[in-house]
Design a protein. Structure first.
Length: 259
């Protein structure tokens, strides 16, 4: 068997929202497969701590970090300028993981609240993908993986703007996959259900709500960040070289039930 199909040696990846939770787990998974990783997040202290921990865990790999709020276009541009400078024009993998939500009834959102949900979850991924395109097209087998959500596929009580933004992110994945196939850039997505992170801790602490979640999850448990990271890493591997435009649910079977 050709072991290089299951390795990312010599590849450089950018992971947004990389300081904690799913993003940090993705960075660790990619490093484990041999990639060098650039992390971006808006919390500089948490980002520096994550970078230091990952560098200790993977001393033979390059781990870099840049503080940026990808919900702000000026900072998105600054991030990609930094990537181009640090990587000397090299970038093989883009992971659009940064996101956020404010869950409310639809009639209760202020205009700036719901628009910010779109900015962070959708517009940032579209703009970063466009800005990264010239770098990604310099290399064979480059790829983008967008971290979507089951919220973009069915109603899960997270608020309409978040579900709308994630649904659009999934459609963006399909469109870019077709548009950029000739450029050698694969574009895929993952759609997690409830994953045990700091962001979900509050809701999952509600025993009644947790019971509802588990009742509708065939595997009967909440997912772990590493399980999403494994799916993302697979989509980045040469072994997944014939997969593009796909959205893989990492949901314990939830979508077969619905909420």
């Amino acid at each position: 068997m050709d072991d290089t199909r299951w390795r990312l040696d010599g590849r450089l990846a950018l992971v947004t929202g990389g300081s904690a939770g799913i993003g940090r787990a993705i960075a660790s998974e990619l490093l484990g497969f041999g990639a060098d990783v650039m992390l971006a997040a808006r919390d500089g202290d948490a980002l520096d701590a994550a970078r230091a921990d990952l560098a200790d865990e993977y001393p033979d790999r390059l781990v870099m970090a840049f503080t940026a709020d990808v919900g702000i276009d000026e900072q998105r541009r600054e991030l990609l300028d930094w990537v181009e400078d640090q990587g000397e024009g090299e970038l093989d993998i883009l992971i659009n993981n940064a996101g956020g939500n404010l869950s409310k009834p639809s009639t209760d959102y202020a205009d700036d609240e719901w628009r910010q949900i779109f900015e962070v979850n959708l517009f940032s991924a579209f703009e970063l993908s466009r800005y990264a395109h010239p770098l990604l097209t310099r290399h064979p087998q480059s790829c983008i993986v967008n971290v979507g959500s089951v919220s973009g596929l069915t109603h899960v009580r997270t608020g309409a703007p978040y579900g709308m933004a994630k649904a659009a992110l999934h459609q963006m994945t399909k469109n870019l996959a077709c548009e950029w196939a000739d450029d050698g850039v694969r574009v895929n997505a993952v759609a997690p259900w409830y994953i045990r992170t700091r962001r979900t801790a509050g809701k999952l602490a509600d025993a009644e709500y947790l019971d509802d979640v588990l009742l509708r999850t065939p595997l009967g448990r909440v997912g772990e960040p590493e399980e999403v990271a494994a799916a993302v890493a697979f989509l980045c591997l040469p072994a997944a070289g014939y997969i593009t435009g796909e959205c893989i649910a990492v949901d314990g079977g939830f979508l077969r039930y619905g909420f």
